[in-house]
Design a protein around this ligand. Sequence first.
Ligand code: THU
Length: 134
Amino acid sequence: MDEKLFARALDAKQRAYAPYSNFAVGAAIRGAGGKIYAGCNVENAAYPQGCCAEASAISAMVLDGEQTISEICVVGGGELLVTPCGGCRQRIREFASDNTPIYICGPDGLRKTLSLGELLPLSFGPENILDKKD
Ligand code: THU
């Protein structure tokens, strides 16, 4: 994993707004064009309205005109692997492929590299809708 991608995700983690869970997460995406897009989790007093770090980073990417994720780094705290939640696996799927690497990191660096296909096997994606409509 590229150190710059990790540095951007760690910086994003430090900007998280997570007063309810106290669980700050940062994410950084490298788009196919080479640029990096970062995001942090942004929680809300109405709990379900909170936004994950990965979703924030995807929004920044799309706003910039990029629609392909080459790699994504997620940084969280605690001892366990901070893998993307189920919803975010599907959000990543929209702009990535089975072999897209997802770097799961703690504040000290890389803990595990997984592919999207490992995290979301047999996924449903844009091709399902775009290839065949009845
Ligand atoms: N969270 C993320 O932002 N990304 C993940 O991959 C896991 C969970 C956030 C959502 C919520 O703000 C907090 O972490 C606790 O679940």
